[in-house]
Design a protein around this ligand. Structure first.
Ligand code: SF4
Length: 478
């Protein structure tokens, strides 16, 4: 992106502002600078099929594309991470790789998108690479499945996980338990039911659960669902009287905008948006952009295509990560890149407590400072809320914490609704639920406490999880 104007580096009186907004002109980096793509035409680049069939899936393929732009040591670092740390298999569309800085090995190491899409062993922490209470399915979504793949965690909202794949795999994926191929570290959970049976079971549940008015249609990424099947699913959702909001979750709007620019997809989205409008329901797209450089002309074009097709809104749900977007400047650059190109900067999540994520995660206090730092620059409706997804609670704004032990990095949260898990628990709304800061961000006394107590913590967390699972299973078998 090129800065075309510096408009707000100073106040009208000439005093400096902490952040200077610059309206930036988008530009697609020239993929022909990359050895493996030196003869790729625009028509190939803009083809969703070409992008899908040229995704990078391992270090060998990355070496074939980048060649000696990056040192051998980097490829070895990547291979070691895949063997010993990665919770996600590698899948990187050319569109995303092309937005990274490949001008030198050092620049590649430092690149924000590289840091979360191609994590390497040396990125990770060596003291506590995982928090002692980190877990697969750290949000316990599967425990709250009303039927397989349909999480009912909030009173009026459900999350439908249609499929366990995406066109791109992010290193920090919160659904690492289920999404993508198994890695040497993580054997992925597999859906037991076949997809058509699972989707039927979801419709059965929705038909007998009039409390649900809002469905997040997710995965994985809905861009991996064959369009006709996705259109049929969403069209049927729109036939359910009580459903008023449908959100389609697709990081591919950024990772593979070529998918959303295909004629059949655009025409199909127009049919769905028309049906939604006629029913008085809202159909929106939720995407996942974490760095300003990801907003390229093709991404802006795909966004505009969806808005032209009639979706109510395109919103971003990013994830806060150290080295990616954890400064006020990085976050505001990203928010303005989104807002100036049709995407509402809606949420940023704290990175969830999955294994091997400590180097990415921020403390609650850091997140609170970021929330404070970004206030007042964007229009109020486009100022994102920074949220902590508290296990067994759900999304809470970071300033809603009820108590906070900053020495041990344990924050305590309350909830104001019941999930099926606590249907018969009289204490559910009085209890406090815990979230944990990364240990390396704590003062020395707190770090020492964790070194001493790290072994007990998972047992405590496991007891809570086991009680919850038992309650969930009892309900499913009722
Ligand atoms: S696109 Fe979403 S679901 Fe897919 S790997 Fe990334 S974070 Fe996970």
């Amino acid at each position: 992106m090129t800065a075309v104007a510096a408009e707000s580096a100073v106040t009208p009186e000439g005093r400096p502002q902490p952040y200077a907004y610059r309206r930036r002109e988008l530009s697609e980096p020239d993929w022909r600078r990359i050895p493996g793509w030196s003869d790729i035409t625009s028509a190939e680049w803009e083809s969703a099929q070409w992008q899908r069939s040229h995704c990078v899936k391992n270090a060998r393929q990355l070496r074939q594309v980048l060649g000696d732009l990056v040192s051998e040591a980097f490829y070895a670092d990547l291979e070691r991470d895949q063997r010993e740390r990665a919770t996600m298999s590698m899948l990187l569309p050319p569109q995303m790789l092309n937005t990274m800085d490949v001008s030198s090995t050092e620049a590649f190491y430092a690149d924000p998108v590289r840091r979360y899409m191609l994590p390497v062993f040396s990125d990770r922490r060596t003291d506590f690479p995982s928090h002692p209470v980190a877990s697969r399915d750290s949000l316990h979504e599967a425990e709250m499945w009303a039927v397989e793949g349909l999480t009912h965690r909030y009173p009026t909202k459900v999350l439908a996980e249609l499929l366990p794949t995406c066109p791109q795999y992010c290193g920090h994926c919160t659904r690492m338990d289920l999404v993508g191929n198994s890695t040497p570290q993580i054997d992925k959970h597999k859906f037991a039911l076949k997809q058509p049976d699972r989707l039927e079971a979801m419709f059965d549940y929705l038909a007998r659960t009039p409390q649900v008015r809002d469905v997040v249609v997710s995965g994985g990424d809905v861009a991996n669902m064959p369009w006709a099947r996705l259109e049929s699913f969403v069209g049927r959702l729109l036939d359910v009287e009580n459903i008023r909001d449908i959100r389609l979750a697709t990081k591919a709007l950024m990772g593979l905008p070529q998918h959303w620019l295909q004629d059949d997809v655009r025409a199909g989205m127009e049919r769905l948006a028309t049906k939604a409008r006629q029913r008085g329901a809202q159909l929106a797209i939720h995407t996942h952009v974490n760095a300003a450089q990801s907003m390229t002309p093709l991404v802006a074009k795909a966004t505009q295509a969806m808005l032209d097709a009639g979706v109510r809104d395109v919103r971003n749900q990013g994830v806060l990560m150290r080295g990616v977007n954890a400064t006020v400047e990085q976050l505001l650059d990203l928010c303005f890149a989104l807002q100036d190109n049709g995407v509402l900067p809606y949420y940023f999540y704290l990175c969830d407590m999955i294994p091997f994520s400590e180097h990415w995660r921020l403390s609650l206090a850091e997140a609170q400072r970021l929330q404070h730092g970004i206030m007042g620059y964007l229009p109020g409706f486009a100022t994102p809320r920074i949220v902590c997804d508290v296990p067994y609670v759900g999304k809470r704004w970071v300033h809603q914490v009820s108590e906070y032990d900053t020495e041990r990095g344990i924050s305590y949260w309350t909830k104001n609704y019941r999930t099926a898990l606590e249907a018969d628990d009289p204490e559910a709304l009085n209890r406090q639920y815990e979230y944990y800061d990364p240990i390396h961000t704590l003062p020395e006394a707190g770090q020492a406490w964790w070194r001493e107590h790290a072994r007990e913590a998972p047992e405590h967390a496991a007891r809570l999880a086991a009680a919850s699972r038992a309650a969930s299973e009892a309900l499913l078998h009722d």
